[in-house]
Design a protein around this ligand. Sequence first.
Ligand code: FPP
Length: 256
Amino acid sequence: MLNKLMGKEKPAEEDDLNEIKPEEENIPKHIAVIMDGNGRWAKKRGLPRVAGHREGMNAIRRMVRLADRTGVEVLTLYAFSTENWKRPKTEVEFLMRLPERFLNAELPELIEKNVRVRVTGEIETLPEYTQRAVKKAAEETSGNTGMILNFALNYGSRSEIIESVKTIYKKVESGEVAFTEIDEGLLSKHLMTAELRDPDLLIRTSGEIRLSNFMLWQLAYAEFWFTDVLWPDFDEKDFNEAVRVYQQRQRRYGGV
Ligand code: FPP
C-alpha cells in the first residue's frame, strides 16, 4: 500500500540485493532512522511487545554493520523519544535496559571497527544504568575516527530547539552574542547535534509517514524514504533499496 502511495520509486538496478560500495557516488553521509514497528512485529507472532524490541536490537546490529561497510559517516537511530515515557512501565524499563545490553555485547566490535558512539538527548533523566552504559561507550570510543553511531535517546526535537533558543537568548543578554549574529548556523551550533552534519537520508519503517518530533530542524533538506517493513525485519535488501533510491534523487535545496 505504502509503495503505491509513495510512487513507483524503484532502484535502477534489477538486483535490489547488490551491495553498495563505499566508492560509489552519492552515498548518504548521514542516515537517520525512525525504527518503528517493533510492537506490531511481536503482535503478529503472538509475542509480548518487548520481544519486538529485543529483535529490534538485532536489527540495529545489522544496520550498524551495513552502514559502516557502506562508508556512511553518521548513523543516527531514534531509540527512545521524550514521548515514549507514556508507555507501560515494564516496557519502558525493558527499553532502558537495551542500550546496556547492546553495548555490553557490541562494544568490542564497535571499537574494532573504529566506530564512535555518542548520544543525542536528555540523558540526565535516564536511569543510572542506562546513563552509565552510554557514557562508558562514548568515553571508550571518543578517540575513534570512523563512523559515528548516534543514539537519539530521550530525544524530542521541539524541546531541543527551545533549549537552544533559551541559550542564545542568554548569550545575547550577556553581550556574548549580538542580536544580528543570530542565524541558521548559530542555531544549529546550539542544538544537541552541533558537531554533526545534517542527515541526508531519513528512513522510517512500519508504514507510518510522520516525523514524530524527530530532528525537525536537522531534517530540513533530507530525503525521506518510508517502507512498510517493520523495524525488526529491516535487512540488507531494505538498506540497499533505501540507499539506491537516495542515489537517484536530485537534491536541489530549493534551487532548480
Ligand atoms: C518503535 O516501535 C520502537 C521504539 C519506540 C523503540 C526502538 C528501540 C529499539 C529498536 C531498540 C533500542 C536498542 C538500543 C540498543 C538503544 P513501536 O514499539 O512503537 O512499535 P509499534 O508501533 O508497532 O507498536
